[in-house]
Design a protein around this ligand. Structure first.
Ligand SMILES: [Fe+2]
Ligand SMILES: [Fe+2]
Length: 159
């Protein structure tokens, strides 16, 4: 038995970790703004990293293995990432201005992130586990590690 997580397991756990950070931000933003800001920063950084991992490692592998790049799930997922990035920036703007009144943007982000993550967890990640195989999954984790931090510190809301 391998100790290595599958791609599905790893990315699902990252979704859960990010969900918790965002929940903490929401719970604290009207009582302890500095602490809420810390959670939001960790959330934003982590979500940007997650999206870069998907777009630069997972999706290209899927597209190469299946020959589906213009059709199939990845263009939809990339498009949703852009919408997620815009909402992330909108909330970030308010957090930076120490304004807690971002409930509407937060709800919009939760709505799109919820359905986006479900689609990935139910369909795309298991399919990637399958097409990659065990060795392919090792290569995925190696590639993820080799991406420099600057890529996801800057990437949100662009493309
Ligand atoms: Fe995604
Ligand atoms: Fe994801």
């Amino acid at each position: 038995m391998s100790e290595q997580k599958t791609v599905s397991e790893f990315f699902e756990q990252d979704h859960d970790r990010l969900d918790e950070l965002f929940k903490t931000f929401q719970q604290l933003k009207r009582s302890d703004f500095p602490k809420a800001t810390e959670s939001f920063k960790a959330f934003k950084f982590g979500l940007q990293r997650h999206i870069v991992w998907e777009e630069e490692v997972l999706f290209p592998l899927w597209e190469n293995k299946t020959g589906m790049s213009d059709s199939g799930p990845t263009p939809v997922m990339r498009n949703e990432h852009r919408q997620i990035g815009q909402l992330l920036e909108a909330i970030h703007g308010k957090v930076a201005a120490q304004n807690p009144d971002s409930d509407q943007e937060e709800q919009a982000l939760l709505d799109i992130l919820g359905s986006h993550n479900r689609k990935e967890e139910r369909a795309l990640y298991p399919a990637i586990d399958q097409v990659a195989g065990t060795e392919g999954q090792d290569a995925i984790f190696q590639s993820m590690k080799s991406i420099p931090e600057e890529r996801y510190n800057l990437s949100c809301g662009q493309h």
